[in-house]
Design a protein around this ligand. Structure first.
Ligand code: MN
Length: 193
């Protein structure tokens, strides 16, 4: 079984004032699709791994019986696949506020505003390509992570809840070098905190 591109629940132009339709379309149909194609290629030699959820592959990456080059490809492209799958869901305009999560964020970071400030700061300062994450550890505690490339919190056994893609492909057409403006606008799309 091959991994396939998930459909979005909304149109590419649904976020237009914050993320333009062309960026959404290229990001989804080209960038995300490329991660899926390369993940499928990396798994070609390992039929027993093809049906496993990507989350499980990443959680157990070091113990997978695969070549080192394929392990790296699973990390990068498996990460790219599930990171983007979550990202599209986070941007869904139909999302509702999650009061329980907002309360947890308050308890962990002081206030939602403080959390947003810390998250924004990490996303602005992240050097090169990567993501900033809010993730849950095995004890259900919230953590913020700044991670390079397509590394997923699952690599550390954490479950991602919120992720911000700060690769240039996520914003360059509309914002060029203005990453802070993209980040500021991105908060307007997130509906659940
Ligand atoms: Mn991306």
């Amino acid at each position: 079984m091959k991994h396939t591109l998930p459909q979005l629940n909304y149109a590419y132009n649904a976020l237009e004032s914050y993320i333009d339709a062309k960026t959404m379309e290229i990001h989804h149909t080209k960038h995300h699709q490329a991660y899926i194609d390369k993940l499928n290629a990396a798994l070609e030699k390992y039929p027993d791994l093809q049906d496993k959820p990507v989350e499980d592959l990443l959680k157990n990456l070091n113990s997978l019986k695969v070549d080192d080059a394929d392990r790296t490809a699973i990390r990068n492209h498996g990460g790219g696949h599930i990171n983007h799958s979550l990202f599209w869901k986070l941007l869904d305009p139909a999302n509702q506020k999650d009061e329980a999560l907002a309360d947890e964020i308050k308890n962990t970071f002081g206030s939602v505003e403080d959390f947003k400030k810390q998250f924004t700061d990490a996303a602005t300062k992240l050097f090169g390509s990567g993501w900033v994450w809010l993730a849950r550890d095995e004890q259900d505690k919230l953590h913020m992570h700044s991670m390079p490339n397509q590394d997923s919190p699952y690599l550390h056994g954490h479950t991602p809840i919120i992720g911000l893609d700060v690769w240039e492909h996520a914003y360059y057409l509309k914002y060029q070098n203005r990453r802070p403006e993209y980040i500021e606008n991105w908060w307007n799309i997130l509906k659940f905190i």
